[in-house]
Design a protein around this ligand. Structure first.
Ligand code: NAD
Length: 488
């Protein structure tokens, strides 16, 4: 399979003149392509192209942007198979999951294509009857999108679709581990005016150059807490707008009221929430708090289901869990598991490489007895690992759920309305999922409390992240106001 390795700048395909990025297939450990990074001069060109394009794009009525954004959705669907295959090659995740991601990208463009023509502000009550007052929402200008490797296209579209809908143009940088799927998008944007979307490749240095670039008005970032903090500082130092989506350590609470059938469902839902994309989801469930009267049954059901999962070649349609993205990520997750076992935890299943000769495979792990202060319970794991802990009460579960400096997502299984309402009010997380783990909705905001983020993507909140509010106050009469001078 040939891969697009050229960048898109000002409507033209160009080779990156900076350092080469070798892209590895995590299932085979082979280098499938090498992509040149953007040089400093090429990044400047991309920003300039976006700046020039922004004059036309920002002035275009929303109703005219709508068909163009719908066209992007259509083009994504037309190329779904190819884009899914590229993502599976770069990330190692099962093809089914990659295909789902392309569809979610298209759905996000469809959603914002409609939102783009629905409103650009609101009318507010004036101070006096002769007056008229409105709030007008305007684009920032040029948006820099910095994206991680775990959902390379979706996390780009969650930024790009609302940014474009709001009238911004963009310079987008994928992760150095997964540039191929993003560079393959050039054709998808072919109907947009040249320079509206620019795609550049590069590693952290290019990301830092985007955050610090005086021609970029707003940076939308998804990635780790450490990098996000650097992006935030760079933007604050020049008062650029910024939206940060960062890491998590999501809790998953299981209540005893769900009964035996519910336990089976919550075990399967929990395994999916922990092992989807080999646990490399920002909202992966990484801490399970289970009421003690159903704890043994839950652990047994979870382990049995985990043992039934097929770990292997991500291109094989029966595969449930593919390899992790890199040796580094696998090493980090396994080190947390090994440290927990060293400290007294019991590894009930998983931890091997599924008998594969090559590839960064890590069989999904289920652990009990993990010390509360271990990294496995307090730091992001970002791997297929589920530590399960018994709790005596809902109070204890909520207290433990809220005990860390993360607050991205949280899951609860309960049939009790009082428990559901308590959790949705008291759990400090940007998304609270009750009886349906990890389901996002284009119309609902996504983001984190505490260290997990600043700002929101998706929904109208996600559109406002890319708009500046302007208050316009008009008076129909020209007269001297009685609150002016003189006071006496
Ligand atoms: P990362 O922070 O290492 O990299 C993210 C992006 O930032 C990459 O494109 C990288 O090249 C770039 N970058 C690196 N250094 C930079 C710098 N100094 N300035 C600007 N950009 C820089 O993250 P990752 O390993 O690619 O992704 C995994 C992390 O992303 C996890 O922590 C995960 O929780 C988080 N994540 C969060 C969400 C969310 O929506 N909250 C979604 C997915 C992933």
């Amino acid at each position: 399979m040939g891969y697009e390795t050229k960048m898109l700048i000002g409507g033209k395909m160009v080779n990156g003149e900076g350092a080469g990025l070798a892209v590895e297939n995590p299932a085979t450990e082979e280098t499938v392509a090498t992509v040149g990074s953007a040089s400093a001069a090429q990044l400047d060109m991309a920003v300039e192209a976006a700046r020039v394009a922004s004059r036309e794009w920002a002035a275009m009525p929303g109703v005219d942007r709508t068909p163009l954004l719908k066209g992007v959705a259509t083009a994504l669907r037309e190329r779904a198979e190819e884009l899914a295959a590229i993502m599976t090659t770069e990330i190692g995740r099962p093809l089914t999951e990659s295909a789902d991601e392309v569809e979610w990208c298209a759905a996000c463009f469809d959603y914002y294509a409609e939102v783009a023509r629905s409103e650009i502000g609101r009318v507010i009550p004036p101070i006096e009857s002769t007056q008229f007052a409105v709030v007008v929402k305007e684009p920032h200008g040029v948006v820099g999108c910095i994206v991680p490797w775990n959902f390379p296209l979706l996390l780009l579209c969650w930024k790009l679709a609302p940014a474009l809908a709001a009238g911004n143009t963009a310079v987008c940088k994928p992760s150095e581990l997964t540039p191929l799927s993003t560079l393959a998008l050039a054709d998808v944007f072919a109907e947009l005016p040249a320079g509206t979307v620019n795609l550049v490749a590069g590693a952290g240095e290019t990301g830092a150059a985007i955050s610090n670039h005086s021609g970029i008005d707003c940076v939308a970032f998804t990635g780790s807490v450490g990098t996000g903090r650097k992006v935030g500082v760079a933007c604050a130092s020049r008062n650029a707008r910024v939206n940060l989506e960062m890491g998590g350590k999501d809790p998953f609470i299981v209540c005893s009221d769900i009964g035996p059938e519910g336990i089976e469902v919550a075990a399967r839902g929990g395994a999916w929430a922990a092992f989807l994309n080999a646990g490399q989801v920002c909202t992966s469930s990484e801490r399970f708090y289970v009421m003690e009267d159903v704890y043994d049954d839950y652990v047994a059901a979870f382990v049995a289901h985990t043992k039934s999962l097929i770990v292997g070649d991500p291109l094989d349609p029966v595969t449930d869990v593919g390899p992790m993205v890199s040796a580094v990520q696998r090493g980090k997750a396994l080190a947390q598991v090994e440290a927990a076992v060293e400290a007294g935890a019991e590894l009930l299943v998983g931890g091997g490489n599924a008998g594969m000769e090559r590839g960064h495979y890590l069989e999904p792990c289920v652990l009990t007895g993990v010390p509360e202060d271990s990294d496995l319970m307090t730091e992001e794991t970002f791997g297929p690992v589920a530590p399960i802990v018994p709790v005596r009460s809902l109070d204890e579960a909520i207290e433990k759920a809220n005990s860390l400096d993360f607050g991205l997502g949280a899951n609860i299984y309960t049939r009790d309305l009082r428990t559901a309402i308590r959790c949705l009010k008291e759990v400090r997380a940007g998304s609270v999922w009750i009886n349906d783990p990890l389901t996002d909705n284009d119309a609902g905001p996504f983001g984190g409390f505490k260290n997990s983020g600043i700002g929101r993507e998706l929904g109208t909140e996600g559109l406002d992240a890319f708009r500046e509010a302007k208050h316009v106050h008009m008076d129909s009469v020209i007269e001297v106001k009685d609150w002016w001078y003189p006071y006496g």
